[in-house]
Each structure stands twice: as C-alpha cells, then as structure tokens.
Design a protein around this ligand. Structure first.
Ligand SMILES: NC(=O)c1ccc[n+]([C@@H]2O[C@H](COP(=O)([O-])OP(=O)(O)OC[C@H]3O[C@@H](n4cnc5c(N)ncnc54)[C@H](OP(=O)(O)O)[C@@H]3O)[C@@H](O)[C@H]2O)c1
Length: 308
C-alpha cells in the first residue's frame, strides 16, 4: 500500500510499504479520507508527549474508512490511533472506532473528526453556557473553527483570536462577534468567563490573566509550544477571583463517553449547527506539502488527505 513515511531529514515521502496486519482485538480499515492536523507535525518531529514518532513513522491519528474484517466488517467508521493514518490502510483497536453514517461525505467527517470532539468536550469541561463570554485562541485552526461555531450555538458571546483580517472575517461568518488580531497586540483588554486555548506557548499566562471571576481556562493544545512557567504564579496572583485551569486531552476520555460526544457532534452537524471547514483536499502523494501547510499555520480549518 501507499503510505507517507517520515524520513531522516524530517520530511515526509509517500512510498510503497507492506500492508499492515491487524493483531488480536484490532481492525483493518480501508481508508477513504485522512485528517491532517498539528498533532501530525508534533509526531513527525518526535515531540508528541507519550509517542516516539520521528524518522520511520507514518503520521496520522485519524481516518475515515470501512472496516475490512472481524466483527465490525463492512462498518463505516472514524478511526483513531497513535500514528499510521497517512496510508491507504489503517490498523487500530476495535474499540477506537466511531460510527459514520453511510451517506456522509468522508472528507467532511475527517474535517470534523477529533477536532469537533475536542471543541465539544473542551467547551463542556469549561461548563460554557449561554451568555458566557468565550475567548478562543487558535480560532482559525482545525479545532478553533469548530469551537467558534459550537460556542456560538450554545449562545455564548465569542471572541476569536486569529492572525489576519481575512481569517477574522471568516470567523465572524462562523459566529464570532469579536475578532482580536494577535499580530497587532499581545492580548485583548477585556475579561472572559471562558478561554479555550489550542496554542499555549509563551502567551499562556497573559491569556490566563484575562479570566474574570470564576473564569474557566481549558488548555487543549500547544500549537505555539509548551505553556510558560509563570502559569501557576498567575493563578495564585488571581486567587481572589477563583480562576480554574483545566488541561484537556481526548486520550483521557473513556470509550462510551467518546461515543456519546460523537453522537452529539454528529447530531449538531446534521441539524446544520456545525459545519466542517475544509482548507484543502490533497492527495496522499502530497502529504509532505500538507504537513508543511499545517506547520506554517496556513490552513483555515482542516487539511484532508485522500488516499486515491
Ligand atoms: N486536546 C486534544 O485532545 C487534542 C486533539 C487534537 C489536537 N490537539 C492539539 O491542539 C493544537 C491545535 O491543533 P489543530 O489541529 O487545531 O492545529 P492547527 O489547525 O494547526 O491550528 C492551530 C492554530 O493556532 C494558531 N497558531 C499557530 N501557531 C501559533 C503561535 N505560535 N502563536 C499563536 N497562535 C498560533 C493559528 O491560528 P490563527 O492564525 O487563526 O491564530 C493556527 O491555525 C495542537 O497542539 C494539537 O496537537 C489536541
């Protein structure tokens, strides 16, 4: 089969590799569409917490496809694993798959995928509610565009932090009522009930300091690097306002809770309250280009790879 492999140079090359063989409790999925995201950049660099990654790895943590064998044979699924997704076939645990409607467009499902689950569950972890002011960092990214829509659907007042006027205009169309251009100033002047942060990096403590009384901050990604060391000091400085800081990873969500969240996300999509945002559809042979786009922060929404 074809797969995109990380070379010693750190670049991806799409080459023929042996077909994967599922072990006990695993399924083989014939891939229809592959979600490309910042996780793949970190895995390719060997920087993803808890994963080896680097040279020899086939990145890719989520695919849409059809199960070929075993009890789930014939089922159309969204499937997750630690790597191996940039390929025509994908092997994962039988419990790491979620149902996909037969009539659903595979590209759209891949653009929702784990990003929609993170957006939905991060807002829930923050107990985001109607009337809350919600600030989203990394708003133009794969997770951010969906968080913007879901926060608006809850009835929150959304401030989207992004990197250009053009991205800001698109985020307004998705439900943001305020845009903050991070390239022109360090942080907004207002305070917020909720911050959903997929960027982290050196600015984390400054954004944490924007929480109002009983504010909730969910750290759900690190596209800008690891959070700065002054985060705890900021929490203690603002102690009198009772801020809460949560770290959130899908890896910690139990399978039944993930299934429930996916059913909720799918229902929101089918009701038109959540729209997948696809930056581009590229061939598996263009995987190197796809990951370079993601690394540069160019995409608005999700890059989807198609195996054929
Ligand atoms: N919690 C989980 O379970 C989970 C699951 C999947 C991914 N993640 C993590 O979530 C993060 C985002 O993933 P993603 O797929 O949404 O990434 P993405 O599509 O690359 O989006 C990240 C966005 O963050 C902004 N950004 C990038 N670098 C920045 C910097 N240095 N400073 C400020 N803003 C920056 C950019 O948006 P603007 O230009 O619009 O500002 C960019 O589009 C990654 O770290 C990923 O590993 C977490």
């Amino acid at each position: 089969m074809l797969a995109a492999v990380v070379r010693e140079s750190g670049k991806l090359e799409t080459v023929e590799v042996p077909d994967p063989v599922p072990g006990p409790g695993q399924v083989l999925v014939d891939v229809e569409a592959i979600g490309a995201g910042y996780v793949d950049v970190m895995i390719s660099r060997g920087q993803y917490p808890g994963a080896t990654g680097g040279a020899g790895t086939v990145p890719g943590v989520e695919v849409v496809g059809r199960v070929r064998d075993g009890d789930l044979a014939g089922r159309r699924v969204l499937a997750f694993a630690g790597d191996g997704g940039y390929a025509e076939q994908f092997v994962t645990g039988a419990s790491a798959v979620l149902p996909v409607p037969e009539d659903a467009d595979a590209t759209e499902v891949a653009a929702l995928g784990m990003n929609a689950l993170v957006a939905h569950l991060a807002l829930r972890r923050a107990s985001a509610a109607a009337g809350d002011s919600v600030l989203i960092r990394g708003a133009g990214g794969g997770i951010g565009v969906l968080t913007t829509q879901l926060a608006r659907a809850i009835g929150a007042d959304v401030t989207a932090v992004t990197s250009s006027q053009a991205r800001g205009e698109r985020l307004r169309e998705l439900g943001a009522s305020r845009i903050f251009d991070r390239t022109t100033a360090e942080v907004p002047a207002e305070s917020y009930d909720v911050v959903i942060d997929t960027v982290a990096g050196p600015g984390t403590a400054s954004y944490l300091g924007l929480l109002g009384g009983n504010g909730r901050y969910v750290l759900a990604g690190a596209a800008g690097g690891m959070p700065s060391d002054d985060v705890v000091a900021t929490l203690l400085r603002d102690f009198h306002r009772s801020p809460s800081l949560f770290a959130f990873s899908l890896n910690s969500v139990a399978a039944p809770d993930l299934l429930r969240a996916w059913e909720e996300v799918t229902a929101l999509w089918q009701r038109g309250e959540l729209t997948p945002v696809i930056h581009d559809r590229l061939k598996l042979g263009e995987a190197a280009h796809a990951i370079e786009l993601v690394e540069r922060g160019t995409p608005f929404g999700k890059v989807v790879l198609l195996p054929r």
